[in-house]
Design a binder for this molecule. Structure first.
Ligand code: ADP
Ligand code: MG
Length: 156
């Protein structure tokens, strides 16, 4: 397990950090799972927007919160699968959702990861947790597994 704290003073910093994360991912193995844990208005979708737009092919992607359809796909290289588990609150995810989240040929981004039941968490992931902050945003990054640790190293 490796942990890093990031300060994001404003929305621009969140978008820039998303782009930095995209470069860190494409520099190693982008087919991994990123779990976003933060409340409504934390900036999860903003970060996804900054990230996806900086991926190969991502400048054309229209990123929005997939709250109603649960998953959006973006035509990046590799493909990005964007989940929003808000509607899961308190309920277990069904098997087809979990199967989609384990797609190892895609970059998988999961908003509201805190609503995943413990036993449904992937083996390896990069977790981004929004912390309470007086101003702007603070996120804590936790890497579990080799790929996620590489990504975290590339960010430092
Ligand atoms: P979520 O997907 O977590 O519900 P959104 O990304 O949709 O959040 O919206 C977050 C709101 O917070 C937006 O209005 C955005 O401009 C703002 N925001 C994003 N990052 C920051 C930041 N680092 N500091 C202050 N405001 C931010
Ligand atoms: Mg959102």
């Amino acid at each position: 397990l490796a942990i890093v704290e990031i300060r994001l003073p404003d929305e621009g910093a969140t978008l820039d950090f998303g782009a930095k994360l995209a470069r860190a991912l494409t520099g190693s193995e982008p087919e991994q799972v990123l779990l976003f844990s933060g409340d409504l208005g934390a900036g999860k979708t903003t970060l996804v927007r900054g990230l996806v737009s900086a991926l190969p092919g991502g400048d054309e992607a229209r990123v929005s919160s997939p709250s109603f359809n649960i998953m959006n796909m973006y035509p990046t290289d590799p493909e990005t699968a964007h989940f929003d588990l808000y509607r899961l609150e308190g309920f277990p995810a069904d098997d087809s959702l979990l199967e989609h989240m384990q797609d190892d040929r895609s970059l998988v981004l999961v908003e509201w990861a805190q609503f995943l039941q413990k036993e449904d968490w992937p083996e390896e992931y990069l977790l981004l947790e929004w912390q309470p902050a007086e101003s702007g945003r603070t996120i804590l990054l936790t890497a579990k597994g080799k790929k996620a640790k590489q990504t975290l190293l590339a960010l430092a």
